[in-house]
Design a protein around this ligand. Structure first.
Ligand code: GLP
Length: 241
């Protein structure tokens, strides 16, 4: 794993956006994997700025998001579909048909998951996948004890994740308890991975991800086995390294 420690959150966001932008410049039809959560918001802001300056185009870019809450439709303000439009897609020239986010209200979830994998394959696989990390070490919504060989599937959210995400939902009772997520295998098949973490509350998890044993108890630890991972941290997240 390559570890970059940025001065602060702004520099972390700039570095992540620059890596994504250079990928798109070199391969205009890049297949990019995108993440939600608060950490990548700065990266998306920076990508929009680079786009507005005319330095990159998303005309041929294809995107796949990691996950979506089960039971939330596109218009729900807490859905990841809504999040992505708000923070990125509404501000760039990506084509609607090139955007992929799991459908949280699909009638047949198993089929939705299978089709999602099929679409990734058809697009030629993910060139570069952006990841955040949960406090419990989850990536996407792959919670501790996940099967490393899993592809896109329906997951039960961990209590810790439900607690952490309740800040967006007003009350803990409103947080969905299930989500559709790319599996660890889907993520590991990406050609390149960038993982972002900000703040001291992630420091222990980051230390364990990099230095401790690879275990489904800490899903992100599997990234030690990927051949091209760049971890971008701010001082807080890097403080135990
Ligand atoms: C959610 C998302 C993850 C994200 C995590 C951390 O659970 N499914 O993809 O990495 O939150 O979020 P934050 O960046 O807000 O700490």
């Amino acid at each position: 794993m390559k570890v970059i420690v940025a001065r602060d959150y702004n520099e972390l966001s700039e570095k992540a956006a620059n890596i994504l932008a250079s990928h798109i410049v070199l391969k205009p039809n890049s297949v990019i994997g995108l993440a939600t959560g608060s950490t990548p918001i700065g990266t998306y802001k920076e990508l929009v700025r680079i786009y507005e300056e005319g330095r990159i185009s998303f005309k041929e870019v294809v995107s796949f998001n990691l996950d979506e809450y089960y039971g939330l439709d596109k218009s729900n303000k807490q859905s990841y579909y809504y999040f992505m439009n708000k923070h990125l897609f509404n501000h760039i020239n990506i084509k609607e048909e090139n955007i992929h986010i799991p459908n949280g209200i699909a009638k047949d979830i198993e089929l939705e998951c299978k089709n999602y994998e099929g679409k990734i394959k058809q697009a030629g696989g993910i060139d570069i996948q952006l990841l955040g990390i949960g406090r419990n070490g989850h990536i996407g919504f792959n919670e501790p004890d996940v099967k490393f060989e899993a592809l896109t599937h329906l997951v039960n959210l961990d209590e810790d994740t439900i607690n952490a995400n309740s800040r967006f939902f007003g009350s803990i009772d409103n947080v969905p308890k299930l989500a559709i997520s790319m599996g660890i295998k889907t993520i590991m098949q990406s050609k390149k991975i960038i993982l972002l973490a900000s703040g001291s509350e992630k420091a222990k998890t980051i230390y364990n991800m990099i230095h401790e044993k690879i275990t489904p108890e800490l899903p992100a630890s599997v990234l030690q086995l990927h051949q091209d991972v760049t971890v971008i941290l701010d001082q807080g997240a890097a403080q135990l390294l």
